[in-house]
Design a protein around this ligand. Structure first.
Ligand SMILES: Cc1ncc(COP(=O)(O)O)c(C=O)c1O
Length: 369
């Protein structure tokens, strides 16, 4: 058991290696929220044949890539900005809007607050209530909106709660935003894992709202975090101009550019991912819902938030138990509004998920009755 205040993020495998002396190759990360299929064979083979592209600079305007992304997500090419992972776009959009006060969900992904603070802004939180299973009460949210914040940042589906707001509700938020002069940034890193991306995604709204930027990446769904390829969709010409004036040229390598053009067309891989995640999500949610030692919140994305109900167990203890078996879950105690009773895990391959469930039951044995 760790006796220091170490907490690990999904990508902290080197830190785990150092502290627990477990080789990173021997760890199954239930913490990084990455597609368990790994990168597609089709992509691997085609990319190898295109290695020569690194001999040339990519197109500075990334015309072909933007056109592929546009047809993949249902936007028009001029609405697309490409970036070095969604992380670069989070940073670029926040620095372009330069909010004095930004409103974000609590709990949510920590990078937003870091960027807001680095840009000299202040973060306000709209707390998601445990009593409402961490679902956002959109009516209440809009009713309490004032002219005070100049930016709203939403993660949809939200990390770590795995809850989602649908497109109709998002319209209400965007309308309220327009009314109060607020820009809305929506991070859709996990939307493609949902059962109803067409009802959840706000990409189609980019044609109607100029106070909106939707962000997406390829790290999670296409299992390519090392590629560093993300994109934003926005109908705001001002935002596009502002970003293109400040973004360094060629922040996406020619290899990432070609990979993007190949992966967005890989229908077979996209279908297989949907099938796997949908079936594991309903199986594992069903299983854990029947336990009396945990509370679960209905997951919409490829991961699930869980609360430990057993008095003498917390997430530090559970993390420690699982990591010693090479299974890395996410201790959620570092998220604002959560405590060390919460953990998150993503859906991996069925056999790995079974192993995790067996390991968790060793610490949190449910009373079946
Ligand atoms: C909600 C969310 N947005 C963005 C990112 C970063 O993604 P990328 O690798 O595309 O920069 C993460 C990574 O964990 C995330 O959870």
């Amino acid at each position: 058991m760790l006796n220091h205040k170490d907490h690990f993020h999904g990508s902290d495998l080197e830190k785990i290696e150092e502290i627990y002396h477990i080789k990173k190759e021997d760890i199954t990360s239930f913490s990084a929220n990455i597609n368990p299929l790994g990168i597609s064979e089709t992509l691997k083979n085609s990319l190898a044949r295109h290695l020569d592209v690194i001999q040339t600079y990519p197109d500075r305007e990334y015309r072909e890539l933007r056109s592929c992304i546009a047809s993949y997500c249902g936007a028009s090419p001029e609405q697309i900005i490409v970036g070095n992972g969604s992380t670069e776009l989070i940073s670029l959009v926040i620095s372009a809007i330069h909010p004095k006060k930004a409103l974000i969900l609590g709990p949510s992904y920590s990078e937003y607050e870091r960027e807001i603070t680095m840009n000299g802004g202040h973060t306000l939180y709209y707390p998601l209530k445990e009593s409402e299973n961490f679902r956002m009460d959109v009516e209440d949210f809009c009713a309490h909106l004032t002219d005070d914040p100049d930016m709203i940042v939403l993660c949809n589906p939200n990390n770590p709660t795995s809850t989602a707001v649908n497109e109709d509700d998002m319209r209400r938020i965007l309308d309220a935003g327009l009314q109060h002069g607020i820009f809305v940034m929506i991070d859709e890193t996990y939307v493609e894992f949902t059962d109803a991306a067409d009802r959840i995604s706000s990409v189609p709204l980019a044609g109607y709202y100029t106070n909106l930027a939707v962000l997406r990446g390829t790290s999670k769904f296409f299992a390519a975090p090392g590629l560093r390829l993300g994109y934003a969709v926005t109908g705001s010409r001002d935002l596009r101009r502002h970003i293109s004036e400040r973004q360094d040229p060629w922040t996406i390598s020619s290899l990432a550019e070609i990979a993007g053009r190949l992966m967005f067309r890989d229908r077979e891989y996209i279908r297989k991912t949907h099938d796997l995640i949908a079936s594991e999500r309903s199986r594992l949610y069903g299983e854990l819902s029947s336990w009396d030692t945990v509370a679960v919140y209905e997951p919409k994305a490829n991961f699930m938030l869980v609360k430990i109900l057993k008095e003498d167990v917390n997430a530090d203890l559970l993390f420690d138990h699982c990591i010693r078996k090479g299974l890395m879950i996410r201790n959620c105690s570092t998220f604002p509004f959560l405590t060390n009773r919460f953990f998150r895990f993503c859906f991996m391959k069925p056999e790995d998920n079974d192993k995790l469930i067996r390991t968790i039951t060793e610490i949190l044995p449910p009373q079946i009755g």
